[in-house]
Write a protein that binds this ligand. Structure first.
Ligand code: NDP
Length: 340
């Protein structure tokens, strides 16, 4: 017998396109009807949803690799939850699934766009982070895009965040000669060195990145994994060795900017140093998932890989959690819990 469905659930809607930093008036948490799933679809009671920096660019009405959020519609993003009604023979009530219609309490999803996950193997929220899209971003960006080789010296910015904390540890586990990270607080810097095993780390708010990176990487770097852009990218270009490689994963320092960035001003160095700078989008690398899961699940089980999550409780705090990622409130993956 099917349990009665709730009549409504809350969902975050974009109601205005932000200029610069998003403001509370740009979004609204609205009650929307909860409907039984159609043929080939499932209804999910979400337990966690993800708030990610890339969502800021989906709030702009610009052509990009992913469609902008529509005004007056619920926003989207990664979420995990429990199937509470199923119109698909692929999923039963009680299954836990990962899907892409987050930012809301209940999601009616096409079964084709949902993946079963096993909460007995790893905590449910980790399928959004270390075992999910952010972990895969780190893995693909380091091993495929930057062509990481044993012995490389690696610098990663945003190093205490979801992607960055994995990049540094993957490099260490695969034999980097030196792993250097930058982050925005002394606590984060301490975590990088003491918990994640980075060889050196610095707080980019303490002084020019160029000088701090030079001190942390006296022999230069071979790989730069960029989550930040701007001054960080300029400093890395200066510090890269011959045939160095750069993965451009993100440029969070300019997501809320209303002016073009001042840096990097030293791109001409790319020529003499024969640098390779390449952008990436994680969804191009889904074929790596089986290898990624095998490696990461193994490192987690052996205790060699650590991760943190910052969990914000309650759907009503979802937008502030998103702003928190842009401000740097998080250590590791930021998720919103709806379990309370
Ligand atoms: P994080 O968990 O790293 O959170 C974002 C972090 O960025 C904050 O915690 C903050 O940490 C830091 N930050 C914010 N503003 C600045 C600034 N002005 N300068 C330096 N650091 C800043 O997020 P994710 O791990 O999810 O994402 C990291 C990056 O990877 C983002 O740029 C994102 O867009 C990108 N990304 C790209 C993907 C792709 O396919 N290309 C996929 C997933 C993510 P702090 O306290 O250190 O300042």
């Amino acid at each position: 017998m099917m349990t009665a469905l709730p009549a409504t659930g809350r969902a975050w809607h974009l109601v205005a396109r932000p200029h610069g930093w998003p403001r509370p008036g740009d979004v609204e948490l609205r009650d929307v009807p909860v409907t039984a799933p159609g043929e080939g679809r499932i209804l999910v009671r979400n337990r966690y949803f993800s708030v990610d920096p890339y969502m800021r660019s989906r709030m702009n009405d610009v052509k990009s690799y992913v469609a902008p959020y529509e005004l007056d519609r619920p926003m989207e993003g990664g979420a995990v939850g429990e199937v509470i009604a199923s119109g698909s023979d692929r999923f039963a009530v009680g299954d836990q699934v990962l899907h892409g219609l987050g930012w809301r309490e209940f999601s009616e999803v096409s079964a084709e766009h949902a993946t079963k996950v096993d909460p007995s193997r790893a905590p449910l929220s980790s399928y959004l982070g270390v075992l999910g899209s952010t972990g895969l971003t780190a893995y693909a960006g380091l091993f495929e895009i930057a062509s990481f080789q044993e012995g490389d010296a690696v610098f990663v910015s945003g190093a205490a965040g979801a992607v960055g904390s994995q990049v540094g540890q993957f490099a260490r586990l695969k034999g980097a000669s030196r792993v250097i990270g930058s982050a925005g607080s002394d606590e984060k810097v301490k975590l990088l060195v003491e918990e994640y095993g980075f060889d050196a780390a610095f707080n980019y708010k303490d002084g020019p990145v160029r000088e701090q990176l030079k001190a942390a990487a006296p022999d230069g770097i071979d790989v730069y994994f960029d989550n930040v852009g701007g001054e960080h990218l300029e400093a890395a270009i200066s510090r890269l060795n011959l045939h160095g490689r750069v993965t451009i994963c993100g440029m969070i320092s300019q997501y809320n900017s209303t002016e073009p960035p001042a840096a990097p001003r030293n791109l001409a160095l790319v020529i003499g140093k024969r640098l390779r700078i390449q952008g990436m989008i994680v969804t191009d690398h889904l074929g790596l998932r089986p290898r990624f899961v095998e490696d990461v699940a193994g490192w987690l089980a052996s205790g060699e890989l650590k991760y943190n999550e910052t969990v914000v409780e309650g759907v009503e705090n979802g937008f502030d959690a998103f702003l928190g990622v842009l401000r740097g409130d998080n250590t590791g993956k930021m998720v919103v819990s709806l379990d309370g």
